[in-house]
Design a protein. Structure first.
Length: 125
């Protein structure tokens, strides 16, 4: 292998390793589902990420149709699933479109943010 071919192989190896080391965690799926219309108000929002997260560096905020934060401000990870973050909701949510804002800190220290919406179509009991 010539010198330039060895350098190229080295660069490719370094980029493939550093690319995975610098990856950012992304939302994998959620409950309620992203963009879902649900008949009954959920008791909480669960968000799964595509990699393990550091629970203390993650937050979920749920905003009502007017933009007011209505979750119980108790975002927490799940001890048995390091990809899951949960926040509780009050039982008396009204019909309307809700926004979930999330922030996730992956195990390499990088933080990613995002948001999604879901809609409640009926009033809670």
């Amino acid at each position: 292998m010539s010198l330039s071919a060895r350098h190229l192989a080295c660069v490719i190896a370094v980029l493939s390793v550093s690319g995975s080391a610098l990856a950012h965690v992304r939302l994998d799926h959620a409950s309620p589902k992203v963009g879902a219309k649900v008949a009954q108000p959920p008791t909480g929002v669960k968000v799964w990420f595509d990699d393990d997260v550091i629970a203390s560096g993650c937050t979920l905020e749920v905003l009502d149709p007017s933009g007011k934060q209505i979750d119980k401000e108790d975002s927490h990870g799940d001890a048995s699933d390091k990809t899951l973050v949960i926040v509780s909701l009050p039982a008396d949510l009204s019909p309307g479109k809700y926004k979930v804002r999330w922030r996730a800190k992956c195990t390499d220290g990088h933080t990613t943010r995002g948001e999604f919406k879901f809609e409640i179509t009926s009033a809670g009991k």
